[in-house]
Write a protein that binds this ligand. Structure first.
Ligand SMILES: *[C@@H]1O[C@H](CO)[C@@H](O)[C@H](O)[C@H]1NC(C)=O
Ligand SMILES: *[C@@H]1O[C@H](CO)[C@@H](O)[C@H](O)[C@H]1NC(C)=O
Ligand SMILES: *[C@@H]1O[C@H](CO)[C@@H](O)[C@H](O)[C@H]1NC(C)=O
Ligand SMILES: *[C@@H]1O[C@H](CO)[C@@H](O)[C@H](O)[C@H]1NC(C)=O
Length: 378
């Protein structure tokens, strides 16, 4: 649904679908070895994703000093934290949602969205203006829009409630517009204020590398928010005599966050290389392509190959990563291991099996273990 977002003006309203995907009896491979460990950090609001302080009770008891003790907030973000203390939990949730989605989208890639050091959730990678950094900023800004919009709708925040989005013109006349929708307009506005604060309040030398990164980050934050807005849609519920559906009530609803992740992954694949022009504006490096819109991702530096551990680029390297012996894609051993070769192991995996549908309505599965071959990069 195009809600006509614009940089300058009225934000939007949307909502949020259940993150739970109720597919029946999916065989879920539990590769315990894949459990990743995130080390918390210090220099970005992303650290809110891992802060155990962010439990609602801490706000109810009015733990005032909270904002000054939260790591990673810029001065402007600290002020917003003081004004909107009850929002902080949802910013943390949004960041977490973004990180989780990032790790899902990049699970088969050399760069898998994990961090090399404790300086931030995403590690040092974000000091390079690469495509990966672009994705990281966009997905976290999107996560915040998502979490805050939904929190409004669920009555968790004192300063917002259900969406006040206008009734879509194309909605059939006899359908009611008025269910409580995700408050996209509020979530969008708040995410822009809070997430972009760090970039906006940074004073950078015009034309410097920092200036370039600042412009890139602001652009990608906005792209993430717009994707959430683009994917929000009208959701309706039937009423009427014995399921006749003669009446419908409709409201605005955010898309499942997986869809946001998928869409941003596509934007990652088609991201545009940019540079600063003499007036300090981001412009495309190669003018033969269509210029990126505010819904596209942009980057300003090529990505490292992420093959080896390198502190200065934030690459963890792929030593020890699982790879797929028969795949020719990025998850295949050839590419994943950067030609270094791999070791083969027998590993025990647990999966759901013998699933049965029970009336009504759940699926019960057994757990089976089996031995499989696994391949691990040297
Ligand atoms: C990073 O975390 C590890 C383990 O938690 C710790 O030993 C190390 O001192 C930390 N490094 C920095 C720079 O904070
Ligand atoms: C790490 O990456 C930087 C930048 O690409 C490069 O100059 C340096 O040689 C690398 N260091 C190692 C130990 O590979
Ligand atoms: C990502 O890669 C690192 C290093 O290669 C590995 O330690 C970590 O477990 C991986 N994380 C995930 C979520 O796969
Ligand atoms: C490995 O890759 C092949 C080919 O892409 C695919 O069919 C297979 O399911 C993959 N195996 C695993 C364990 O992911």
């Amino acid at each position: 649904m195009n809600l006509g977002l614009s940089y300058v003006s009225q934000p939007v309203s949307w909502l949020f679908g259940s993150l739970l995907d109720s597919r029946n009896c999916v065989y879920v491979l539990t590769l315990v070895a894949l459990l990743m460990q995130v080390v918390a950090e210090a220099n970005s609001w992303w650290s809110l994703a891992m802060n155990p302080i962010l439990i609602p009770e801490a706000y109810i008891i009015g733990a005032q000093p909270l904002c000054s003790t939260l790591p990673g907030l810029s001065p402007g973000q600290k002020k917003l934290c003081q004004l909107y203390q009850d929002h902080m939990q949802f910013i943390g949730e949004g960041a977490k949602m973004g990180i989780r989605e990032c790790q899902y989208q990049f699970r088969h890639r050399r760069w898998n969205c994990s961090t090399v050091d404790n300086s931030s959730v995403f590690g040092r990678v974000i000091q390079i203006g690469s495509r990966e950094t672009a994705f990281t900023y966009a997905i976290s800004a999107a996560g915040v829009v998502n979490a805050v919009s939904r929190a409004c709708k669920e009555g968790e925040l004192s300063t917002c409630g259900c969406s006040r989005a206008r009734r879509p013109a194309e909605l059939p006349r006899d359908w009611l517009w008025g269910g409580c929708g995700d408050n996209l307009e509020y979530g969008y506005r708040f995410s822009r204020e809070f997430v972009d604060a760090r970039e906006r309040e940074q004073t950078v030398l015009k034309g410097s590398h920092e200036h370039l990164l600042q412009q890139m980050n602001i652009h990608n934050n906005e792209a993430g928010r717009r994707i959430v807005s683009d994917l929000a849609d009208v959701q309706c519920k039937c009423h009427g005599v014995s399921g006749s559906c003669s009446m419908k009530t409709c409201w605005l609803q955010l898309a499942d966050f997986r869809k946001v992740g998928d869409a941003l992954k596509e934007k990652y694949d088609s991201a545009a290389a940019m540079k600063l022009n003499t007036r300090g504006k981001l412009v495309q490096m190669h003018s033969k392509f269509n210029p990126p819109t505010s819904h596209d991702l942009v980057y300003v530096e090529p990505s490292p190959d992420y093959c080896l551990k390198n502190q200065s680029t934030g690459s963890l390297g792929t030593v020890g990563r699982l790879c797929n012996k028969t795949s020719e894609g990025m998850d295949g051993c050839e590419l994943m291991c950067c030609g270094r070769g791999y070791d083969q192991y027998k590993a025990q995996i647990v999966e759901r099996c013998h699933c049965k549908f029970h009336w009504c309505c759940y699926v019960k599965c057994k757990r089976c273990t089996k031995i499989v071959d696994q391949f691990v990069c040297k």
